[in-house]
Design a protein around this ligand. Structure first.
Ligand code: HPA
Length: 272
């Protein structure tokens, strides 16, 4: 069966469970899952119920779609995403993006927890991702191209859509929140980086680092879906503060800044 056919089967199942067609897709990163609680009239669909979907094993990733209304928009929200460090192939991680596109969403809002590389950033800052450096060495588009999904050599110049970036800036302003901007460096993990790696990523032009997002953005570019992506800086990256990093710290900051993050993403969704 072609990937496109699988995508259509997944989308048909999700559509059969929903009263209204989703307009905007949202992916919630580590510790950011509670945003889904703001979705009203929610229909929750565990990934395991959807044909061809993989389930998420990461801690604090619920592994379900939450579909309903947020800021007067119909949204389809992934509460829990898949990561390469769980053992998933890039194609598996990217798969839900194609399903959301097949369901008719006109924009994809990606969120994640990141380590701050830019020394001008502070823990708890929000960063609009303007571009990325994919240092995973992998792509979800490796292998035969399914031309029903997209072109063989997709352009990445405007993968982070300029009009959605502008909308995010306006949303932050409306919320009275500072939104930093920068380049996200995507790595495999699960180990945090070494201080030498962080110095190297900074020299390459990265402002933040994380273990997600890049495959989803590549898939979105492939199928022509505009992306807005916002990172929460949950810790300064290795060596910046010369103190050890921990996953617990990531979740603690994500919880502490969660309310502002929810306001920002909701305001962004309203502007799309
Ligand atoms: N490195 C990689 N991924 C991360 C980090 C980090 O410092 N913080 C949150 N996700």
């Amino acid at each position: 069966m072609t990937v496109k056919k699988q995508v259509l089967e997944s989308a048909a199942y999700v559509r059969s469970r929903l009263a209204a067609a989703p307009e905007i897709g949202i992916v919630l990163g580590s510790g950011l899952g509670p945003l889904a609680e703001d979705i009203t009239d929610a229909v929750c669909i565990p990934y395991g119920e959807i044909p061809h979907f993989r389930t998420s094993t990461a801690p604090d990733h619920a592994g379900r779609l939450v579909c309903g209304t947020l800021a007067n928009r119909q949204v389809i929200c992934m509460q829990g995403r898949l990561h390469g460090y769980e053992g998933y192939a890039p194609q598996e991680i990217a798969y839900p993006v194609y399903v959301m596109q097949a369901l008719g969403v006109r924009a994809l809002v990606l969120t994640n927890a990141s380590g701050g590389i830019n020394t001008g950033f502070s823990v708890g800052d929000f960063m609009l991702i303007e571009d990325h450096i994919n240092l995973t060495g992998k792509s979800p588009l490796t292998g035969a191209n399914d031309s029903a999904l997209g072109t063989r050599f997709p352009d990445m110049t405007f993968a982070y859509a300029p009009d959605l970036r502008e909308a995010a800036q306006q949303a932050a302003q409306a919320c009275g929140l500072t939104l930093r901007r920068g380049v996200y460096c995507g790595v495999n993990g699960p180990q945090f980086e070494t201080p030498a790696e962080i110095r190297a990523f900074r020299a390459l032009g990265a402002d933040a680092v994380g273990m997600s997002t890049v495959f989803e953005v590549i898939a979105a570019a492939h199928c022509g879906l505009p992306v807005a992506a916002v990172a929460m800086i949950t810790n300064m990256a290795a060596g910046v503060l010369m103190q050890p990093l921990s996953g617990a710290e990531v979740n603690e900051i994500a919880a502490r800044r969660g309310a502002d993050f929810r306001r920002l993403i909701t305001a962004l969704v309203q502007k799309i």
